[in-house]
Design a protein around this ligand. Sequence first.
Ligand SMILES: Cc1cc2nc3c(=O)[nH]c(=O)nc-3n(C[C@H](O)[C@H](O)[C@H](O)COP(=O)(O)O)c2cc1C
Length: 165
Amino acid sequence: MKALVVYYSRSGNTKAVAELIAGAASADLESLVEVGVNRKGLLGYLRSGRGAMSKKKSEIETPSKNPADYDVVFVGTPVWGWNLAPAVRSYLGQTDFGSTPIALFCTMSSSGQEKTFASMRDEASNVNVVGEMAVEAAAIKNPVELQKKVADWVKGFGEVGGAAG
Ligand SMILES: Cc1cc2nc3c(=O)[nH]c(=O)nc-3n(C[C@H](O)[C@H](O)[C@H](O)COP(=O)(O)O)c2cc1C
């Protein structure tokens, strides 16, 4: 299985989970970088929540990896206001995944994953979504347990797209 992990992370949680997935799946990693948006401080926080809830997209730097070169692409977002981050909405909306399936993951404090995953599926309406995994931020502080959860989840995609390995 040749895998790619694409994620956006404001404060490091989604990045940490993305790295665990990449480790478990021997995957390439791609971090989405926004152009011209300030998400720091209280104003940045408010802008982020508002933007996510109103289904805004943001400008992102052109990703360097082509999803069509992979057997599966893992796409991750923080949950903001029970929704996905604008950068991930942009990525899902503008990317041609070809026939490559995607698996969704998110990190959050405590709630909003169902609505977030539903929104991600809507945004990637022509793409085959083959899995979902939500991780609570508190779980990131227990890496041994989280590593096992991630490894079990990733194992399920071993045959996606053809031969494993
Ligand atoms: C603007 C904003 C809105 C958020 N909304 C939610 C929410 O609706 N539900 C939730 O459980 N956590 C919410 N959180 C917490 C984040 O989802 C959580 O801290 C996440 O792991 C952050 O990921 P990151 O470190 O990769 O940016 C919110 C955080 C921010 C900054």
